[in-house]
Design a protein around this ligand. Structure first.
Ligand SMILES: Cc1ncc(COP(=O)(O)O)c(C=O)c1O
Length: 487
């Protein structure tokens, strides 16, 4: 498909605005462009066709099944968009004074209350813009807490699991902590002996996903919490996998002191291709004074942004946070009501259904009931037929299915991490199982078919390393003549 720049014809225009007859304002010479900007020049219908054809090539949750493990690609109800588009929300200026933004502040306050209930922790900040920023915020809170207690210098280490998402060690390093990893047992739990050997007076805390990135609930979580708390250290809950436990178990009850939520995952936001997200953070009472400023607070029947927070770590994001995401999440929570628990139960049921049907087709390294997702291995296919997890993923695209997450978590060779979510029907799940089963048979009968996949998509197999290392982010018009734009 041609780029829009390649379709450009000098002098073509999409439309002409009738002459207004008003004086043209003078642009100061130092701000004036020396040359016209080089932009594609096309008729309006060609622009519309170009972008419509591009959109048709796209794959999203609205076009098909998207079992991308750890990303919770659930259906995003349209009512959320209707509500987020209400004029009172979209036209609200970020600098609006509190009295004129009572509805928005009330929504944020209510959202904080629901999130606090979900986590089992009393205080919430809505500011962080993503899970990863929630992680960094949580670690900054730990730092502020220990500094206040005179333990800031001593506590210099954070422990993460060897199954941890890449953002965990990245956040730890960014927050200035040393990183230590704890091993996973054959059952997929944290190795308690390894943990006991590593946790000491230098430990600031643990950063853990539960259920883990293996899709397994840690059976020793109460002991894990005890090991850290007995040394005065804190527990951070990476809430990326919260979709498995809402209304069933609460991180605060498990012993976690700080929790982030990925609103864009658990509470439904369209979040492929980089945005928008939100990573609110909840904390125990002892950490509340350090939460970012401002906080949304309630005084009787009115709501306001509280900037008087002397111990706060300060702002972590502009204004009050990603407000549109708050509206969608709030709408989603209110639509479910107490049935949020059913959301998680169905997510877990769907994952276990698919797991039960695929565990004899692919290798299952941790043979347990899973939570909302599970990890298979294509190690057997690789050994016997030279077919890798990447080949399986690419072939799935020919069946109209988005590939699962692959090669993560790192502890599973040739990993295929599958998260069906609660919003898929049994027919969709069956279609996925059949596709995966047929692909396993194809790997034995015709491995070349998988090596060349995808065959049916507009774009075939890409050189992903070259694309990442040598991205072309600008188009040069080359020798095309520059035509003065019409007045
Ligand atoms: C387990 C886990 N932790 C943290 C994150 C980071 O969340 P975000 O992408 O919102 O920054 C992710 C994202 O996929 C994740 O899967």
């Amino acid at each position: 498909m041609e780029l829009i720049f390649e379709k450009s014809q000098a002098g073509r225009r999409a439309g002409r605005v009738p002459s207004h007859g008003l004086p043209v304002p003078e642009v100061p010479a130092e701000l004036r462009r020396a040359q016209q900007p080089r932009l594609p020049e096309l008729a309006e219908n060609e622009i519309v066709r170009h972008f419509t054809n591009l959109a048709d090539r796209n794959f999203g949750i609205d076009t098909g099944f998207y079992p991308l493990g750890s990303c919770t690609m659930k259906y995003n109800p349209r009512v959320n968009e209707r509500v987020a588009g209400l004029p009172g929300f979209v036209n609200l200026h970020p600098h609006q004074e509190d009295e004129g933004a009572q509805g928005a502040l009330e929504l944020m306050w209510e959202l904080q209350q629901i999130l606090a209930e979900v986590a089992g922790l009393p205080a919430v900040t809505l500011q962080p813009a993503a899970g990863s920023q929630g992680e960094l915020t949580g670690l900054m809170l730990m730092r502020a807490y220990f500094a206040d207690r005179g333990e800031g210098e001593r506590r210099d280490t954070i422990i993460t699991a060897d199954t941890a998402h890449g953002t965990n060690p990245a956040s730890v390093t960014m927050a200035g902590y040393k990183l230590e990893k704890v091993a996973t047992t054959d059952r997929g739990n944290l190795d308690l002996d390894d943990l006991r050997a590593k946790v000491n007076e230098r430990t600031a805390g643990l950063m853990l996903t539960n259920p883990s990135t293996l899709g397994l609930f840690d059976e020793g979580i109460v002991e894990v919490a005890e090991i850290f708390h007995s040394q005065g250290a804190l527990l951070y809950y990476d809430g990326a996998n919260l979709n498995a436990v809402v209304g069933i178990s609460r991180p605060g009850d498990m012993g976690f002191d700080i929790v982030h939520y990925n609103l864009h995952k658990t509470f439904s936001q369209p979040h492929g291709c980089g945005g928008p997200g939100a990573g609110p953070v909840a904390v125990r009472e002892a950490l509340e004074p350090y939460l970012p400023s401002p906080q949304v607070v309630r005084d009787g029947d009115t709501f306001r942004l509280d900037h008087e927070r002397p111990k706060s770590i300060g702002r972590v994001r502009g204004f009050a946070g990603p407000f549109g995401v708050f509206v969608r999440s709030y709408a989603y929570m209110r639509a479910y009501g107490p049935d949020l628990r059913a959301m998680s139960e169905t997510a877990v049921l769907n994952a276990n259904y698919v797991l039960a049907r695929l565990k004899d087709v692919y290798e299952l390294p941790y043979d347990r009931l899973c939570m909302h997702e599970f990890v298979l291995s294509a190690r057997g296919l690789k050994k016997e037929h030279g077919v890798t997890a990447l080949d399986v993923a690419k072939r799935l695209m020919d069946y109209g299915i988005h590939p699962p997450t692959i090669y993560f978590p790192l502890v599973v060779p040739e990993a295929l991490m599958i998260e069906p979510t609660e919003t898929e029907s049994k027919e969709r799940l069956d279609h996925f199982v059949e596709a995966m089963t047929r692909i396993a048979a194809e790997a034995a009968d015709d491995p070349a078919l998988l090596k060349d996949a995808p065959h049916e998509r507009p774009v075939r197999r890409l050189d992903e390393v070259k694309a990442a290392k040598e991205p072309i982010v600008k188009y040069a018009f080359g020798e095309r003549p520059l035509v003065e734009a019409e007045a």
